[in-house]
Design a protein around this ligand. Structure first.
Ligand code: FHN
Length: 468
């Protein structure tokens, strides 16, 4: 199976622009209405949905779901989608997985329904991961799910349609730099020369111009409004205009499409490290990509699932520091999202059904002392940074005129709010449909709110303080 290039960059760019105009004007009415604009969007307008959404579903799905962490009888260490690299599988052997990939149980409606049940507002799926295999019907290369597998369907088309139906935003992960399938792509040094040589010889730019850039154009023209493109591992992108070329493509074809923080040039928001939640409030737009177990792509024997309580805490913790949580599932080669992933996400959704007002569109805490503090003895963490000793009793998210106090540990008798210039005008529990007023006593700049004996939620009970 050889890569077949059918478009040259210029022609595809003209086609893409024409197609994009058509798509933006016609597809997916509710979202398109927000994407089709006559004047350029301001940065605040662009970021509006992202700031409101707070919680998204990441999906790592590709050929690596077939070996599912095991190659030639050996369990391969590390994250599942890296199996080709970790086991140094030659391109010719890895390509054979395409013939075995037939996810007949895939059902876009069920996946999107699960995201909706979990309270997630956007979906980002791997259109091409580092292994180079396109999970959509690409015309740029035959190495794609429609042309190279018995499945022959384009699951990303089906997901785009299901998302539009459910009013969930849809975005793509695209590995722009690493492509272990192509002689010029970064990362594969077991079949091909070093990345440095690829860059010097021009092979890397040839790969960018003849595969990565045209594929990004396809994604931005064939799937309706794309809420964001999630580029990843910006190796060698900061040379000449490489990253800028991707930026230009995105800005030209879908000006409203956000760019994550891993393209290699400034995107629309900051991407934190994998599973890396900052200790303190970060006053810019940001997102944490995170796993439910220890892998992104499916591994049959990774059962180290985070509990719903932990996931709920992490969601609240992130929102209270100003960020978004992009939480990953790794579907199987049959096309199923592992049941524990579904169950744990739905449990978070159950909590959000009652407490969503304290998450969607909410801003960070005005306090900070509840988050914890650097270790007083000056201890260092594994990376040599000052160790942080996190507190987990409560968190605070905010909206104009409202403080949402998330109580992970139910205090006995009353909650003591740290000093604030705000005046508390009303206090009640978010889970209480009657919004029955709780007594709030002022002592200088401090407030004490009387609580009932039992917590309304065993994970996180939200106390609402209306303020002036
Ligand atoms: O190498 C990838 C990895 O496979 C996965 O896609 C994560 C998700 O954030 N990003 C890279 C490592 O940071």
């Amino acid at each position: 199976m050889k890569m077949v290039l059918t478009h040259n960059a210029q022609r595809s760019s003209r086609l893409a622009i024409a197609a994009a105009c058509l798509c933006l004007a016609t597809a997916f009415q509710p979202l398109a209405a927000q994407t089709t604009v006559s004047k350029p969007l301001s940065q605040d307008e662009k970021m509006k949905w992202f700031r409101e959404a707070k919680f998204g579903l990441f999906i790592h799905w590709g050929l690596y779901a077939v070996p599912a962490g095991t190659w030639k009888g050996q369990q391969i260490q590390g994250i599942g989608e890296w199996i080709m690299n970790r086991a140094k599988i030659p391109v010719k052997e890895y390509e054979q997985l395409a013939g075995q990939f037939n996810p007949v149980k895939f059902n876009a409606e069920e996946w999107v329904q699960m995201a909706e049940d979990a309270g997630m507002k956007y979906i980002v799926i791997t259109s091409k991961h580092h292994d180079g295999f396109a999970m959509y019907g690409s015309k740029v290369t035959k190495y794609n799910i429609v042309d190279a597998t018995p499945f022959k369907r384009d699951p990303l088309k089906e997901l785009a349609a299901a998302c539009a139906k459910h009013n969930i935003r849809f975005g793509f992960y695209y590995s722009q730099s690493q492509d272990w399938h192509e002689p010029g792509g970064a990362g594969n040094t077991w079949d091909f020369p070093s990345d440095d040589e690829k860059s010097k010889s021009g092979a890397y730019d040839k790969y960018l111009r003849e595969k990565a850039e045209p594929q990004v154009k396809e994604l931005l023209t064939g799937y309706g409004p794309v809420c964001l493109i999630w580029f990843d591992t910006a190796r060698m992108m900061n040379v000449n205009d490489r990253a800028q070329r991707f930026l230009d493509i995105c800005h030209t074809l879908q000006p409203a499409c956000l760019i994550d923080g891993r393209l290699g040039t400034k995107g629309d928001y900051r991407s934190m490290g994998d599973n890396a939640i900052p200790n303190q409030v970060v006053n810019e737009d940001w997102e944490v990509p995170a796993t439910l177990n220890r892998t992104w792509g499916y591994k049959s024997y990774d059962n180290d699932w985070k509990t719903p309580e932990d996931l709920t805490f992490k969601l609240v913790d992130i929102v209270s520091k100003g960020g978004n949580y992009l939480l990953n599932v790794g579907p199987t080669a049959e096309g199923l999202i592992p049941q524990p992933s579904q169950d744990n996400l739905r449990a978070v959704g159950h909590w959000l059904k009652v407490n969503g007002a304290a998450i969607y569109g909410a801003g960070p805490t005005p306090f900070g002392e509840e988050l914890g503090a650097p270790d007083p003895a000056g201890k260092k963490d594994k990376k040599g940074n000052p160790a942080f000793s996190a507190k987990t009793d409560w968190r605070c998210t905010t909206k104009p005129g409202k403080l949402y106090i998330h109580l992970f540990k139910w205090p006995s008798g009353s909650f003591e709010l740290p000093a604030t210039k705000d005046k508390v005008t009303k206090a009640y529990l978010l889970a209480d449909p009657q919004k029955q007023a709780l007594t709030a006593r002022q002592n200088g700049q401090k407030w004490s709110i009387s609580l009932p004996a039992a917590a309304p939620d065993k994970t996180d009970s939200v106390l609402v303080l209306e303020t002036k």
